[in-house]
Design a protein around this ligand. Structure first.
Ligand code: 4AD
Ligand code: MG
Length: 459
């Protein structure tokens, strides 16, 4: 269907003045006056709507083309607008109704509650709010690829079906083609009869395969779906989310912290540059001061605090936490939020966690108690990045696998990486939806992914 994107017209109006145009889109609102009518038209290519002006005496308005939600094709002439809010509008010469939208269209009000919209994943994306969020998601994703591609990283694809548990947290969705049957005498026998001849699951992280690729290509990144059977029903956890996992050979913990810092600053700067209208909209309706907050991320240094020091700060805070604070405890959301929102009010790397809290693959520090691991915490959200130097010493790695009671045979290839030309290497994982929550001001992860999957939620 030959037509011009609304974005093209709104972005460069001077190219279209006094020219004939055809535009298509959905009616966002219809306003009637005595002789004239006005349609606010949006085709999804941009956040602002295009005003279509109708001389009621001169042209026929088809039944249905007056209803919000209906789709139309408009042939007309683009002209300078007299309205101060817009540079250009279209005087309609012909209106064709493409699809009528009856009165029971559930998306009626300009701003409907996010809770309500979550019940309509197939329709909520047509609202201004999701128009803004998903454009930020798209631009952010592009910026992520740009960051790595422009710095010589190879984009690699790691498997979705795996036989190992990278994070060792046991939050794996099982992949199977057969149901359990009492005829199997043991779990091993059941797994052996299954499709892969062993137990299989959806990946919780592409890291282990990412390390394989990094020990061949030096600098790699993955960007793909990740699955975790999170039983907790929180606003920050999804069962399916997108993770970006760079893995860098010849990089130690300080190097990877530097890369992660540069990376976050770059992608946030790109969002500010590429999505000014979206950020203004989100700031107006969802988070006051959003733009200044993001600009501060670009401009200010990130904080770096030792885990041990963070524990001291929390203990001295005088605050009654639900989860008591002691050296060795995992930082709960309330602790993270205290550090980011109250103490620092900017992104914070918490470095050198107790080894018992973290995964088997992290490099053990000489103190014998901690690992070279860091989480990047941001105000309002908490953890957005999990990062570490990897244990390059095969003996220590072997011991860590044993200590955790993990199945050695699943990690033989991984151990080979330490046997054949091992190198210091480090990497991190950024949750796309977590940084999107931060960049858009959304309080619930379900509003940053089009079709959220969570416990008892599969719409
Ligand atoms: O901290 P995590 O578990 O680290 C890893 O998976 C490492 N293998 C990463 C690496 O070093 N290559 O997860 C990394 C990030 C978290 O910081 C968070 O942003 C996000 O993934 N994440 C989730 N996002 C949404 N829903 C969930 N259930 C998430 N679990 C982790
Ligand atoms: Mg983590």
């Amino acid at each position: 269907m030959k037509h011009t994107d609304v974005k093209a017209i709104l972005c460069e109006p001077e190219l279209f003045f006094d020219k004939s145009v055809t535009v298509c889109g959905w009616i966002k609102s219809y306003r009637d006056s005595k002789n004239m009518a006005f349609i606010a038209l949006n085709d999804g290519t941009t956040l602002p709507h295009l005003q279509v002006v109708i001389d009621k005496g001169a042209i026929q308005i088809p039944e249905g083309a007056t209803r919000a939600g209906s789709s139309v094709k408009i042939d007309g002439v683009a002209v300078k607008s007299l309205n101060a809010n817009q540079a250009i509008e279209v005087n309609a010469e012909k209106i064709t109704l493409l699809g009528d939208c009856p009165a029971d269209y559930p998306i009626q009000k300009a701003k409907t509650s996010l809770d309500f919209l979550r019940t309509l994943p197939h329709l909520r994306v047509r609202t201004n709010t999701f128009n803004a969020i998903f454009r930020v998601r798209s631009k952010l994703s592009y910026a992520i690829h740009r960051f790595f591609q422009e710095r010589g990283y190879m984009y690699v694809h790691t498997p979705i079906i795996t036989g190992s548990d990278c994070e060792g947290a046991g939050k794996i969705f099982k992949v199977t083609t057969i149901g359990y049957d009492p005829k199997y005498k043991s779990e091993e026998e059941y797994n052996a009869a299954d499709f892969f001849g062993q137990s299989a699951g959806l990946t919780v992280s592409g890291q282990l395969e990412g390390e394989v690729m990094a020990t061949a290509f030096g600098k790699i990144y993955t960007f793909g779906p990740t699955f975790r059977a999170e039983n907790s029903n929180t606003t920050r956890h999804a069962a399916e989310f997108w993770q970006i996992e760079p893995e860098v050979a010849f990089a130690e913990i300080d190097d990877i912290i530097g890369i992660a810092t540069e990376f976050i600053k770059f992608i946030i700067a790109e969002v500010l540059k590429e999505c000014p209208e979206e950020i203004s909209f989100l700031e107006k309706y969802y988070e006051k001061g959003l733009r200044a907050k993001l600009q501060k991320v670009v401009d200010d240094e990130f904080v770096r605090v030792e885990y041990t020091e963070a524990i001291e700060i929390l203990k001295k805070s005088g605050k009654q936490f639900v989860y008591p604070v002691e050296w060795g405890c995992d930082l709960q959301t309330e602790h993270e939020r205290y550090l980011t929102d109250v103490v620092y009010n900017k992104p914070v790397f918490v470095v050198n966690y107790p080894k018992d809290l973290k995964s088997f693959y992290m490099k053990q520090n000489p103190d014998g108690k901690t690992v070279a691991a860091t989480d990047l915490l941001v105000p309002g959200v908490g953890e957005i990045i999990g990062c570490s130097e990897r244990e390059a010493d095969s003996k220590k790695l072997l011991q860590a696998i044993k200590d955790r009671g993990m199945k050695m045979s699943d990690y033989e290839n991984y151990l080979d990486l330490r046997k054949f030309g091992t190198v210091p290497h480090s990497g991190f994982g950024l949750g796309l939806e977590r940084i999107l929550m931060y960049a858009t001001g959304m309080g619930n992860i379900r509003d940053t992914i089009a079709f959220p999957r969570a416990k008892d939620e599969l719409r």
